[in-house]
Design a protein around this ligand. Structure first.
Ligand SMILES: [Zn+2]
Ligand SMILES: [Zn+2]
Length: 349
């Protein structure tokens, strides 16, 4: 009976694999934003460069448009929850529920399920899943290691998509054989979305307000990194939105795609799986070209987001480009073997 079931599962999986994921999708031509947002003003980012000995300010938005550093950190509420555990009522737990919901860990059936400060069983399960994904001790308690991981600035792309934990699914069937033995499990993940086989040369388009060549160069370098690592994709800038496959834009707050940005800190950027092609940076971050303390390196974040544009999900390996969070003041643009394995497996290259 069990074998029968296994066979049926295999056949279903095979059939699923046969369905081209982009079959019913038009070849990506749609307006940038829904009509409600069509007049949305796109802001210019605060950006500094570390190319000279003294960091050079490339662009400082005017006082009225620059909210950077004035707002509390979006994930700052987590610091007040340290030590929290199941059964307790703590002010701010509802914010944690929203956080875990946003990144795919928690999905209450009742619409009000998340709107209270009770640390319930579902929340404990979500915290445990989060701890497993981030290689933390699985306690279900909001210990300081868990909180320090959660407050890190990160990508807005969820770790769990429609209930599928993209960060652990590749571990299935793997057994650890002791620390001194090589284990070849892949920690990368990817969805069922990818660019069609013949589509290897992708055109990217910058929102017209991105006029700073240093920003364009940093993003172009990030594309080139993927080109050399994959030996499969090539990328080219186009000035024509209609002929572009990928689009790069800065937004502030709610910008019409259901994933509002949250001001300085918190979520830095997000991107969409193929063949959508949109990459959005949060304009309110303190961006830098190169490593500057308290600033986030634009190229590092771009390399990560391009991984999503190509179909990769998040990795559990902290050194991998596809790890969800990044520290301030660092440059992280070198691929890890895990990233390379991920893209090679996805495109069979
Ligand atoms: Zn991401
Ligand atoms: Zn967006």
């Amino acid at each position: 009976m069990a074998q029968h079931f296994k066979l049926i599962s295999c056949i279903s999986l095979f059939l699923l694999l046969l369905v081209p994921s982009n079959a019913e999708k038009p070849t990506h031509k749609k307006p940038l934003l829904p009509s409600k947002y069509e007049n949305l003003e796109i802001k210019k980012p605060l950006i500094v460069s570390s190319n000279s000995e003294n960091p050079k300010l490339l662009h400082a938005p005017s006082n009225s448009e620059n909210l950077a550093t004035k707002k509390p950190q979006p994930f700052g509420f987590l610091n007040h929850l340290k030590g929290g555990k199941k059964g307790e009522n703590l002010a701010g737990i509802r914010e944690l529920k929203k956080y875990l919901n946003k990144f795919g860990y928690l999905n209450y059936k009742s619409i009000n399920g998340h709107d209270n400060d009770h640390f319930d069983e579902m929340l404990e399960a979500a915290v445990k899943t989060y701890q497993a994904n981030y290689n933390l001790k699985i306690t279900g308690i909001l210990d300081s290691e868990t909180i320090s991981k959660m407050v890190m600035p990160r990508c807005g792309f969820p770790d769990i998509i429609n209930g599928t934990n993209s960060m652990t699914k590749k571990h299935e069937g793997h057994q650890h054989h002791g620390s001194n033995k090589l284990h070849i499990v892949a920690h990368y993940s990817y969805g069922s979305y990818k660019w069609p086989a013949g589509k290897t040369h992708l055109y990217y388009w910058f929102e017209t307000h991105i006029t700073y060549s240093s920003i364009k160069r940093a993003v172009a370098r990030a594309f080139n990194r993927w080109a050399s690592y994959t030996q499969h994709f090539t990328f080219e800038e186009t000035l024509d939105y209609q002929s572009s496959d990928l689009t790069v834009t800065y937004y502030r707050g709610d910008h019409g795609d259901g994933s509002a940005f949250d001001g300085p800190g918190g979520v830095l950027a997000h991107a969409f799986f193929p063949t959508d092609g949109r990459l959005h940076f949060d304009v309110d971050e303190r961006w830098s070209i190169g490593a500057i303390p308290n600033y986030v390196d634009l190229e590092s974040v771009a390399v990560h987001e391009i991984g999503h544009l190509l179909g990769l999900g998040h990795s559990t390996v902290p050194d991998a480009i596809m790890y969800p969070s990044i520290s301030y003041g660092v440059v992280k643009t070198n691929f890890h073997a895990d990233d390379v394995r991920g893209i090679k497996a996805l495109y069979n290259i």
